[in-house]
Design a protein around this ligand. Structure first.
Ligand SMILES: Cc1ncc(COP(=O)(O)O)c(C=O)c1O
Length: 398
């Protein structure tokens, strides 16, 4: 057997997102690129800010020795200082460079954090709808994923979380702005979660970590602000990435920021550095770490996501599909239309595929009855899909 049992099973159940993306490729070969409306993959497609190219060129031309060498596993001190300033602003706490570990994106950050904190069989709570990869990340490090429903507007439900907390709960992961719902958790909800976790910790002697996955922090609409979390709960670990704010997903750069109020912070920080090494990342990409310092305060121009949010909302709404209005990120989370042969999201996504529209079933995010459309695609794809959506919904309703 060329692969392990675990990987074989994971491949069979493999991510719906990837599966639909592959379907898209096949459909495009058959019908042509411009006849397929592919909303399956969340691949940030705006260009990085112009300062990025300038900084890259400056670095390449600098002739500085050792640009490509190993460094401490946590990253360059000057980069951690820069990221600490950002984390301090974002989270209303004085984080400090000693509270930062540079990582290979948010995905790397989450894996490093989970490897560091989980004992075999420890439980990690996630809130539906959740980023589908959490299941793999948690399993990677011997954890057990416990998923709980959210409220009707996709806000976290503190009572639902309180019901599943046990002495084995190592962490609660929250993702705000959320993929796939686009919801930003309001400050009051974060405080309510902090209260539930603190109460549980006091009663059982183990404070769960609050692991905040926030790769979409700045990708928000209508003047919204993603509230701070760290100042609400001491045991907070933030996983941040520049995949969206600088539009650098392929460059794999992010960080972990740990609250200065966290108990046993020193050993936790040492553990995170150790895990960065033990997982084989060793350190986050060197050139990107240098570039972040030059680009402190810069963001990619994400105006086009707002325009595309408006376009897709109009088209999908006109076709008679209900959706949650995204406050952040670039996904439209839609309800399977009523009046069809079933309320099943896989059935409906397969039906959409017959109209050359590709989305992702909600089941992959723990939310059957829903499906996700990613609108980081060309405006022409969104505009071109209007007739196909109308035909698909009409045919669904018979
Ligand atoms: C919720 C969420 N977390 C983490 C990630 C991983 O992001 P990164 O590119 O920074 O590794 C993604 C990427 O799509 C995401 O949507």
């Amino acid at each position: 057997m060329p692969v392990s049992e675990t990987i074989r099973k994971d491949l069979e159940r493999s991510s719906w997102i990837r599966r639909m993306f592959e379907e898209g490729r096949r459909l495009k070969e058959r019908f042509g690129e411009d006849r397929v409306w592919d909303f399956s993959l969340g691949n940030p497609d705006v260009e990085p800010p112009p300062e990025f190219r300038i900084a890259l060129r400056e670095l390449a031309d600098s002739g500085e020795k050792g640009l490509h060498s190993y460094m401490p596993n946590a990253g360059y001190l000057f980069t951690r200082e820069s990221c600490a300033r950002k984390a301090s602003r974002d989270h209303a706490m004085n984080v400090g460079a000693d509270g930062i570990v540079m990582t290979v994106g948010a995905a790397g950050a989450l894996n490093v954090a989970l490897k560091t904190i989980l004992n075999p069989g420890d439980e990690v709570i996630v809130i539906r709808p959740y980023f589908a990869e959490y299941r793999f990340y948690i399993k990677n490090h011997g954890g057990v994923m416990i998923d709980v429903p959210s409220a009707a507007d996709f806000s976290p439900d503190p009572d639902a979380i309180a019901r599943v907390l046990t002495p084995d709960t190592a962490a609660l992961i929250i993702n705000t702005p959320n993929n796939p719902s686009g919801h930003i958790y309001p400050r009051a909800d974060i405080e309510a979660l902090a209260t539930v976790l603190a109460k549980h910790g006091k009663a059982c002697g183990r404070l769960p970590f609050l692991l905040v996955d926030e790769p979409y922090r700045e990708l928000v609409y209508d003047g919204a602000v993603t509230p701070p979390v760290m100042d609400a709960y001491a045991e907070t670990i933030v996983a941040y990435s520049y995949s969206n704010s600088l539009s650098l997903p392929g460059e794999r750069i992010g960080y972990l920021a740990v609250s200065p109020a966290c108990a046993d912070r020193k050993i936790l920080m040492d553990g995170l550095s150790m895990s960065n090494r033990a997982l084989g990342y060793v350190n986050a990409p060197a050139l990107m770490q240098r570039i972040l310092v030059k680009l402190e305060g810069c963001t990619a121009d994400t105006t086009s996501y707002r325009i595309r949010r408006g376009l897709i909302s109009g088209i999908v709404g006109k076709a008679g599909i209900e959706f949650a209005r995204p406050e952040g990120a670039f996904y439209l989370f839609c309800r399977v239309p009523s009046g069809g042969p079933s309320a099943d999201d896989v059935d409906f996504v397969m039906h959409l595929k017959r109209h050359n529209i590709l989305g992702v079933p909600g089941i992959g995010f723990g939310c059957p009855g829903w499906f996700r459309l990613s609108y980081c695609v060309a405006e022409s794809v969104i505009r071109g899909s209007a007739a196909a959506f109308e035909a698909a919904v009409a045919a669904w309703r018979g």
